[in-house]
Design a binder for this molecule. Structure first.
Ligand code: ADP
Length: 494
């Protein structure tokens, strides 16, 4: 922890940022930030409440008209400056991510580059918020369409990608001309504060970007203020489906716009005709990134009869070789889980699966040794004989557990893959061109990886269907979520 803390020391901020001022919670309350690897306290930040939430809205609303009126090219220039600062601080930011979230340092720095790419992308998109001129229907009457920023945007983010999740919400909001109030996850507030500090250095005007931190207990108090306030015109949220549904319900009173990127339960399908090496590599990359704590992680792995045993044996070999340890250890590939609650859920899923007949091929338990010396480590795990009755088939495990289901026919596997309320990502491996189109169209998800495990990119639309939410982040569609359409009709021109 000390080495990481030294590398990021210059970026550590421990206050809220409201109206361009670093401030404590109005009632002075604070909360600790915990290192998930050791369980030790890293530092503390404000445990904010309703008064702080309100101050953030006041600041963001006051500056909104002026910010929205700025030329798009100016907003783009500021985003580019922010992007450059993020890149020049990539090692420090990567260390900070690893320190409070636990992912191996290489992944921490990878996340900085990934998040920065969204800032760069939306700097360019800022200048492309085109409207339309509609062909004249009546002589002497012009019809035009403008894209306008929606207003104050509240961004609520999770802990698994402490930098990327907040960057990919703030960047399009600012690009569109919205102002932002943000609340990062309670487990990982320091990265968000550092990112906002860099935005301040980039020169964003007073009040355009505000952030308040809060504990899990007090998060509802902060967010309820935003939900009730009619000046907040949009909520953008990444997190669990129950909280997403709560936000949708409670924002109905003021009919806010919503972007909800919620839980997933991604199927990963390997057909008999797949390239098995590519499928195993794809699964390793998509399943075990961030210790299996990503919303697009494969949660259910379906392998067809003909290649099942071969696939399981290749997969088990690679999973058994994964090194578990803290971000600071140069060999670590799997870090600690974020907290005790997360490890308990993984343990519950594995125990339930074993009780219902699953076979443990690799792992299947917690680990504590000289390298992985902390409370939150879980061994990378492969299970076979998984069935739909098991909890891990219905809920996101959010950990390094790969349950393998055997299947017989394409029709069966599509039915099983779609038999979930969720619809974020799906993956499949096949070399049959007709099957590729059939399956890609039949899967009920917002994202489909075809012979590919790494699907996220700033140029692509990220988001789900069904109870995985709505709205898209990134890509040329990403700006639309932060704009509203205004139709102008000018008559008597003839
Ligand atoms: P996870 O289970 O991954 O922590 P959550 O949906 O609980 O996912 O958390 C995602 C974000 O939502 C975090 O910033 C968290 O503080 C916030 N949050 C959690 N519960 C509530 C709530 N009742 N109201 C508003 N925000 C909440």
């Amino acid at each position: 922890m000390t080495a990481l803390k030294q590398t990021c020391a210059a970026l550590l901020r421990d206050k809220n940022f409201i109206q361009h001022t670093w401030c404590d919670a109005r009632d002075g309350r604070r909360m600790d930030v915990i290192d998930p690897a050791s369980g030790e306290t890293i530092g503390s930040v404000p445990d904010s409440g309703a008064a702080d939430a309100l101050a953030a809205v006041d600041a963001a609303q006051a500056v909104f008209p002026a910010w929205a009126a700025r030329p798009a090219a100016e907003r783009a220039r500021l985003l580019k400056r922010w992007h450059a600062l993020i890149l020049s601080n990539q090692e420090a930011l990567g260390s900070l991510i690893s320190l409070e979230q636990g992912k191996p340092l290489k992944e921490g720095i990878g996340e900085v580059l990934y998040g920065a790419a969204y800032v760069d992308w939306f700097a360019a998109e800022a200048t492309r918020g085109y409207g339309d001129i509609i062909p004249e229907a009546v002589p002497g009457r012009k019809m035009m369409v403008l894209k306008e920023p929606v207003g104050v945007v509240a961004a609520i983010t999770p802990w698994n990608f402490p930098l990327a999740m907040i960057a990919r919400k703030i960047a399009p909001a600012l690009a569109a001309g919205c102002t932002v109030i943000a609340k990062p996850a309670e487990d990982t507030p320091l990265t968000a504060l550092a990112l906002v500090w860099l935005a301040g250095q980039a020169g964003f005007p007073e009040g355009v970007l505000n952030i308040v931190t809060a504990s899990r207990e007090r998060a509802p108090e902060v967010v309820d203020v935003w939900l009730a306030d009619s000046r907040v015109r949009k909520i953008t949220f990444t997190g669990s489906t129950p909280v997403g549904k709560h936000l949708a319900r409670e924002s109905a009173g003021t009919l806010k716009r919503l972007s909800l990127e919620l839980g997933g339960n991604a199927p990963f399908i390997v057909f008999d005709d797949a390239d098995l090496d590519a499928a195993v590599d794809g699964l390793m990359a998509s399943k075990f990134r961030n210790g299996g704590q990503t919303c697009v992680c494969p949660n259910r792995i379906y392998v067809q009869d003909g290649v099942h045993d071969d696939f399981v044996s290749r997969l088990s070999k690679q999973v058994a070789a994964l090194a578990v340890g803290p971000a600071t250890h140069p060999d670590s590939q799997i870090g600690p889980m974020i907290n005790a609650r997360a490890v308990e859920k993984i343990e519950r899923h594995v125990k339930d699966a074993v009780r219902l007949g699953a076979r443990v091929m690799v792992g299947g338990e917690r680990v504590r040794n000289a390298v992985a010396d902390g409370p939150n480590y879980y061994l990378p795990t492969v299970l076979t004989q998984a069935t739909p009755e098991m909890a891990l088939s219905c809920e996101e495990t959010f950990g390094p557990v790969a349950p393998v289901f055997r299947f017989h026919t394409e029709q069966d596997v599509i039915a099983q893959a779609n038999d979930t309320p969720f619809g974020l990502a799906a993956y499949f491996y096949s070399n049959d061109v007709r099957r590729i189109w059939r399956v890609a169209q039949a899967l009920e998800t917002g994202i489909v990886g075809i012979n590919e495990g790494a699907i996220a990119a700033e140029a692509a639309p990220f988001g789900g269907v069904k109870e995985s939410g709505y709205g898209r982040e990134g890509s040329r569609y990403g700006l639309d979520d932060y704009t509203q359409t205004k139709y102008l009709c000018q008559g008597n021109l003839g």
